[in-house]
Write a protein that binds this ligand. Structure first.
Ligand code: PDD
Length: 287
């Protein structure tokens, strides 16, 4: 197996050799943004959407986009080509760069650009057949959750609560309404309709927002984005979780209480089949 090769500021080098100065503002302030892009059999999935979100995140914190689209395309395909795994995900991080410690933006500094490919290990069939457990916690993050920022302390603390409770994810509530998971979006099925939180500053709009909307249309499942009250989570027929690396997973327990029948539901099954097909696989596991 080849050693893992990463991209750092124009160079491809072994992971162990990649070094960033300690004054990098990503290290000092968490002053940067990132992306996570899944690649199936060599084809980056929804790459144009991920790239557009990366550009939006950069613009929102006033970091100049360090590459044109062709430059980003090249990094992604080069990293994929250097590793043997058929399915991979590429992590991209751009920070404001290296400068003397001062909160204000430094002048004349180039961004630090880092990217690495890892094997995309999808959740096993056993997890999909039983579903996952989640817990809820207050959303204690800042008010720009729409930026895919590397400042993830609130998300890290939330995920740790899930780990300590033996759950797979912690879903956050702000003022009694659902926002999202620590590293995922959460979807609620009520009376056959798929509900998600509004696209606003309180959630990261996952690339799976648009995708699920499209797949729901394909499967003739009504789709609606609106504020979702805490009680609606606990009385949902189904709960679903999405992210680049988890795809779409059924949630069968919330705060140790069964969701619906306590088994993965029909809306999840339809959307998961459609998701598999969208990624170039058969509609059912094993196909
Ligand atoms: N996280 N919300 C948050 C806070 C996230 O961190 C993520 C993804 C999502 C889902 O977005 P998408 O569908 O584009 O993956 C929603 C990535 C996978 C991570 O941090 O590793």
């Amino acid at each position: 197996m080849n050693a893992q090769t990463v991209y750092l500021n124009g160079q491809y080098l072994p992971l162990e050799e990649a070094r960033v100065p300690v004054l990098d503002r990503g290290f000092i302030f968490g002053d940067g943004v990132y992306e996570v892009v899944p690649i199936y059999a060599g084809v980056p999935f929804r790459w144009r959407h991920h790239l557009a979100r990366l550009k939006r995140s950069l613009a929102k914190i006033a970091i100049t986009n360090p590459h044109d689209d062709a430059g980003w395309d090249h990094i992604i395909s080069e990293l994929f080509g250097r590793h043997p795994w058929p399915n991979q995900f590429v992590y991209i991080q751009v920070t404001r760069g290296v400068a003397k410690r001062d909160h204000a933006f430094p002048v004349g500094v180039s961004p630090t650009v880092f990217a690495m490919a890892s094997e995309l290990v999808l959740p096993p069939d056993s997890v999909r057949s039983t579903g996952i457990a989640i817990i809820t916690a207050p959303d204690e993050r800042w008010l720009h959750c729409d930026i895919k920022s590397t400042s993830l302390l609130g998300n890290v603390l939330a995920r740790q609560k899930a780990v300590e409770a033996g759950a797979a994810e912690c879903v956050m509530l702000r003022d009694g309404f659902l926002t999202e998971g620590s590293a995922s979006n959460l979807w609620v099925v009520r009376n056959g309709t798929l509900l998600g939180s509004p696209r606003d500053h309180l959630v990261l709009e996952g690339i799976r927002y648009r995708l699920l909307e499209e797949l729901a249309e394909l499967c003739e499942i009504p789709f609606e984005l609106r504020r979702i009250a805490r009680e609606e989570l606990f009385s949902a027929d189904e709960l679903l979780l999405t992210s680049a690396t988890k795809e779409v997973l059924p949630v069968t327990s919330i705060n140790a209480q069964a969701v619906g029948t306590g088994k993965p539901g029909p809306v999840w099954a339809k959307l998961y089949g459609a998701y598999r097909q969208a990624t170039g696989r058969g509609a059912t596991a094993g196909s």
